[in-house]
Design a protein around this ligand. Structure first.
Ligand SMILES: [Mn+2]
Length: 361
């Protein structure tokens, strides 16, 4: 209810909406606390309503605290149902959270049509975005746990990687270790990209057999109660070469220096610049093909963003990744990533693990 109250302040006091409609999956989870709701209509006054289809009706009734639950029956149209409610409550200006994806756009157009002559609807992703960027204590507890579980997964990677093992076997051990310790799932598809494939930042995971001398980029994330974590280490199969070691040290230093710059009010693009400059000075800027990091929470990519064009400034309670990388086609790639919480004076790593290229120190 604290979150609803905060949204009401942003949408109804700071802006002049008289109702707010939440439709985005992660946003619904943020307010309802459980998945599977169709949308939430939040009026300026009175109780908010969760709309839900039959398949999720019983769970919603059991778990939705402080909401009215309204069943969308088979054959019933959600847009029409909402427009009737809006008309009855004399609502005139509705805010709608961000929409993405074609089916959702179609739903939005339908809703706009159903509301014609009844109320105005305006897309405004700012209120929920503002709230979700700053994690509350309850969320931080879950994110800390997700970070610990991810760290366990990375331990398994260090134990499993050696010449002759297939990428999917490494992924299986990682996911098994995370699950065994209590992970609810994975924040994204586990990446175990070896050899020449390690030069692809989103290399995925195939049945390739890891060879002696390969670099292996391992990018993983456990989830806990729907909260995500994100962590990358790069591990050499066998003894690393001098060039591999040299590039590893550059990425490691870039990651460390950027992490040390994490604090409230710091410009996101300024932190990106620290890592970027270091990599540039070493002569590898052409091989650093992505931003430094992104926010993490209910989604594995969410605001704020850390890249050269970001307008974000960090604040206490933000959770972001710090993940510079160098990728050289036909040679391999190196990325090191941690999920970091912005504390009052510094960053706190939620993922913890060794910064070693070799499997055994
Ligand atoms: Mn990431």
């Amino acid at each position: 209810m604290k979150r609803l109250k905060a949204l009401k302040q942003l949408a109804f006091e700071k802006k002049d909406f008289d109702a707010f409609l939440v439709t985005n999956g992660a946003n619904l989870l943020y307010f309802a606390g459980f998945p599977g709701t169709a949308c939430i209509l939040i009026p300026k006054k009175g109780k908010s309503t969760i709309y839900v289809y039959n398949v999720n009706y019983e769970q919603s009734k059991a778990e939705a605290k402080g909401f009215k639950v309204d069943l969308v029956k088979r054959g019933e149209d959600l847009a029409t149902k909402i427009s009737k409610k809006v008309k009855a409550s004399k609502t005139k200006k509705i805010g709608l959270d961000a929409i993405t994806g074609v089916p959702v756009v179609a739903d939005y157009l339908k809703l706009r049509k159903a509301l014609r002559g009844i109320a105005k609807i305006k897309i405004d992703n700012e209120p929920v975005r503002t709230l979700r960027k700053v994690k509350d204590e309850e969320e931080l507890e879950l994110m800390r746990k997700a970070g610990e579980l991810t760290t366990e997964g990375m331990k398994a990677a260090y134990e499993t990687i050696k010449p002759g093992v297939r990428e999917y076997e490494v992924a299986a051990e990682i996911e098994y270790a995370m699950r065994k310790k209590g992970s609810w799932g994975t924040a994204f598809e586990t990446i175990v990209a070896s050899g020449v494939r390690s030069a692809f930042p989103h290399g995925g995971c195939t049945d390739r057999k890891i060879r002696k001398g390969d670099l292996v980029v391992v990018d993983i994330g456990a989830t806990y109660q729907y909260y995500c974590s994100d962590m990358t280490r790069t591990i050499a199969a066998g003894k690393p070469s001098a060039k591999q070691k040299k590039i590893y040290e550059i990425v490691k230093l870039a990651q460390e220096k950027a992490y040390q710059a994490v604090k409230p009010k710091a410009k996101a693009k300024g932190i990106d610049a620290i890592a970027r400059k270091l990599i540039k000075n070493a002569g590898y800027d052409k091989h650093y093909v992505h931003g430094l990091g992104h926010g993490v929470g209910l989604e594995v990519h969410e605001p704020p963003t850390l890249n050269p064009t970001s307008k974000d400034r960090l604040a206490v309670g933000n959770v972001v990744t710090i993940e510079p990388g160098i990728y050289i086609v036909d040679f391999g790639g190196i990325r090191i990533e941690d999920t970091v919480l912005v504390q009052k004076h510094k960053g706190e790593k939620l993922t913890k693990g060794p910064y070693t290229l070799e499997t055994k120190p």
